[in-house]
Every structure is written in structure tokens, then in C-alpha cells.
Design a binder for this molecule. Sequence first.
Ligand code: FES
Length: 211
Amino acid sequence: MPSPYNDIVLEHFKNPRNTGRIENPDGKATEGSPACGDMVSLYLMVDPETKIITDIKFESYGCASNIATGSIITELAKGKTIEEAKKITWKEASDALGGLPKIKAHCSVLAVEVLRSAILNYEEKHGLITSKEVTTEEIVRKRLKKVMNPIKGLDMVATHLVKEIEIKDGVVRILIDLPADHQFANSIKEDAIEKIESLWDIDKAVVEFTD
Ligand code: FES
């Protein structure tokens, strides 16, 4: 059977550029695709003066399209300012790869989203966000929709893991419907804390388990 992928995609899939992780990155994000349950993480280093992306790495748990798009998108973003990198579209990524099968569009969208989220994470951590909306339960819930539940391959809100959210004096308390010793409890907890503590008016996120 002929491969659905062209030679450029296959080359990037076999020899992906910029894979791995960066310890203590300036910005990072993990995104999951509701369409297939795959995940991708991205790490950034940014020059504080010029705002140029000096280093970028990704880890994909997705398919060939996702790995190839992660590879091309990190190539496209490296050396650009964060403002320029934010404007990279999945269409550009897919064009740079010589086209992806239509059914695989969500895989490249996922790679582009994780780049934008990592830039947002950088901006939030460095006080560069200008719209200062007060954090509400809805905002917290929206953030938690970006935390994957690896048991189901969908986000933790869609899979009803979030039992309660309480916001008080800059502290967000989240109750998760899982036993504390569950094999994924810690990774979900860390991811949720990271997503919530980057909100500008939140000092601390506390994650508790029902059991
Ligand atoms: Fe999941 Fe491509 S099928 S990322």
C-alpha cells in the first residue's frame, strides 16, 4: 500500500529536528488532541531583550504527522521573535511539509497550538500579558481543559475528573476525582498546578484527591 505521506513528511518523521526537552525552560506547554488523544510538549528559551526564540524542543507522543509538524514548526519558530512565531499557522506548517493528508489536519493543529501555548506560558511567567482578567471558576475550568487525563486520552474536564474548584485570596483549590495513589495522579496534579499558577493573579494552586 502506498504511504499517505510525501517524502518531506517522511524525512521529518524519521529524522525529527529539535526533539527532547529543555530543563528549566523559559516557557513550556503540553497539549492533547481531543480528536485522537495524542499529546505533545514544547519547551522554549527566549532572549529577554530581543524576545527571539533561541532554543526550542518538543516531545511528541503523537503520530507521524504530529512528529513531522513538531519538527517543521520548531524549525520555523527558531530565530523568530515570539510575536512572529505566534503567527505561524498550521497551513504554513503543512505547506512547508509539502502537504499532509486531510484526515491528519488535527495533528498539525495540535503542534501549532502547543507552540502558541508555550509562548503564552512564557508571556504569563514574565508579566507580558496586558489583559488582566480576574480569574474566575470558568477561567480555571478552561485551563484545566488543557490538562490531559492519560487514562482516557481526553482532557480532565471532559472526563469528569474535576469535582470542585474554589478560588480564595489568590489560592485555587481543585478537587480531583481520583485516588491520590493512582499511577497518573501526580502527573495530572503537576500539569494542573503549572496551568493555574501561571495565571497572573493566582499565587498558589492546591490539588487534592477524593481518596
Ligand atoms: Fe494523533 Fe496525529 S493521530 S496526533
